[in-house]
Design a protein around this ligand. Sequence first.
Ligand SMILES: Nc1ncnc2c1ncn2[C@@H]1O[C@H](COP(=O)(O)OP(=O)(O)OP(=O)(O)O)[C@@H](O)[C@H]1O
Length: 653
Amino acid sequence: MMLAGVQIVEDQSVTYKADGERDTPGGERSSPSVPSTTTQSSKPPTPSQLQNRGLSRIPDKDPVDIQFSNITCTVSLGINKGSKQILHGVNGRLRPKQLIAIMGPSGAGKSTLLDVLSGYRISGVGGAIYINGRGRIMKRFKKISCYIQQDDRLQGLLTVSENMALAADLKLPTTLDKYEKGEVIEDILSNLGLYEHGNTRGAQLSGGQRKRLSIALELINNPLVMFLDEPTTGLDSSSCSQVVQLCQSLAHQGRTIVCTVHQPSASLFALFDHVYVLAAGNCLYQGTTRNLVSYLDEAGIPCPIYHNPADYVIEVASGEYGDDKIEILTTKIDNGKAHNWFDDPDSIPTMETLRKLYPLSGMKELDAGPGTEETSQANQRSVLIKRGFLKAKRDATLTHLRVMVNVVVGIMLGTLFINAGNEGSRVLDNYNLLFAILMHHMMSPMMLTILTFPSEMSILLKEHFNRWYSLGSYYISVTVVDLPISIFSCAIFSVIVYTMSSQPLDLARFAMFFTISIYTVLVAQSFGLMVGAVFNVVNGTFLGPTLSVPMMMFAGFGVTLRDLPPYLYWGSYVSYLRYGLEGYIAAIYGLDRPTLACEGDIYCHYKHPKVFLKDIAMNPDMFWWDVFALTVTLFSLRTAAFLLLKWKLRAVR
Ligand SMILES: Nc1ncnc2c1ncn2[C@@H]1O[C@H](COP(=O)(O)OP(=O)(O)OP(=O)(O)O)[C@@H](O)[C@H]1O
């Protein structure tokens, strides 16, 4: 069988032809200038090779046939800017045991179609998707499918083996013991050529290895349908063919594998069984890879000899040969309704036949189980906590730098305000120190969260969509993992600054001081989480500090609470910094602190703490009220951050 300039021979290997006519068996010659590219590495595996290479866990469930009809996708362009339709009622059929490429020029809607088919995109989507003849039920479909997005969202701090082991703990039934899970992991890693890289961290893998690890992670629960967005982007030709050959062997084992590809080389193109070509949201062709050239011929847009048909069809789709050609092809394929270019189109079962072939009773097992995820919430939490601590141990920013910053800032503030805590003439200095401590506890955890959470967010989106865990389990684990690190860094900072600045050496006062410090850290972090969950790094970095300014204004530091205009007094109730500052004052100057010592004979206005407290209009007896207000703020912000995360997980789709 010939594609233009590319021959697909019996064993599906690819050779270029120097010249000559199409479909003339035996008439092919190799050109010295265009050498034969049939090499072992580009050769797709033969059936026996496949048996050796494929995963030993061949899917034991029914293969999946996907049909979609009249799919539209419309996105809003913003307030008063109208909307844009990306997909214009496309139709198609994705047959099982096939590797299917969705192709088209940039902006044609490939990723959008994949998002819709995988169920990732839900807003603005119209049309119908049928799975084995029945309307797609998302909960059921998610159990048999996975979506691997273009950017590899991997845990860079964990090694390949750790990534796999933790994924196995989340995705395989808890009834399997570690040896059984280990066998699954070994099988996948060996087949994907990653076994030797088991001890390499995710961040240190090459592009091709990262892509293979992304696939390996999703293969753990043996999905029947895999959607891959641009799995070859950014890879060299050898890595590209490795990844596509891998997809091909997985497909031929009984899975339905759909990939978007940009502009595959002829040899890569030949590895796909089926192609679905899009142009500006319309279908130009669907059928076997081999039939593409004949299709173009028949449509009167023949592919020139020596031209890679994949390149040619993309040139046509991008309108290089005129928009009328796009229209001709869209009409010819009936926007994806026609199946004439499939192999043996008459044997393609109808929806009714499929329903009979795969009766509803077969879904019983699939529908069993209470949750969407594979394992219980308790198991998800414990695995995520384990993963969180492993990451925290190695995280240079969130853990090591954070502890270092607390030590360094503690020493700096301690040096700057040395002995200010017990000196009657330096009460105002000490007041400044307490405010500076409050600022430190507010800014560093908030900014750290705003800067680091958006990258976590993309992993959360992928893993949550692919049913690794629920948002609740994730959120609890994040909170649990962070708590000891926050307590540890806050404790170090507090001890350093408290002792260096000579605050009263009284355990009760230190405990009060530390309680307010840790509350401030946790509240600021929750605020950062809220901002980080909704905004990207750039907007978050701007909004976090900007939104914190009113909190500082209402803390009672620059303008005392007494001097706040009555119409702005409400601000002091919502500012957690007000409770923080009041709490610090209660810890240091409350509890009937005796008169302070004054150095020399100078006049010490504030050597009587009561005078100072009166001037700053703060009541030292409000400590427990402050703690209560901070507790309420903490729980409110944590709940708000959770709800915003939940909203975001849906809103991005
Ligand atoms: N949320 C959105 N808002 C506005 N336009 C969008 C949105 N999402 C996608 N588009 C537009 O829809 C078109 C199709 O996008 P899509 O990402 O599906 O294309 P693609 O074929 O995958 O392109 P590429 O190969 O470059 O990734 C593009 O013009 C894109 O700008």
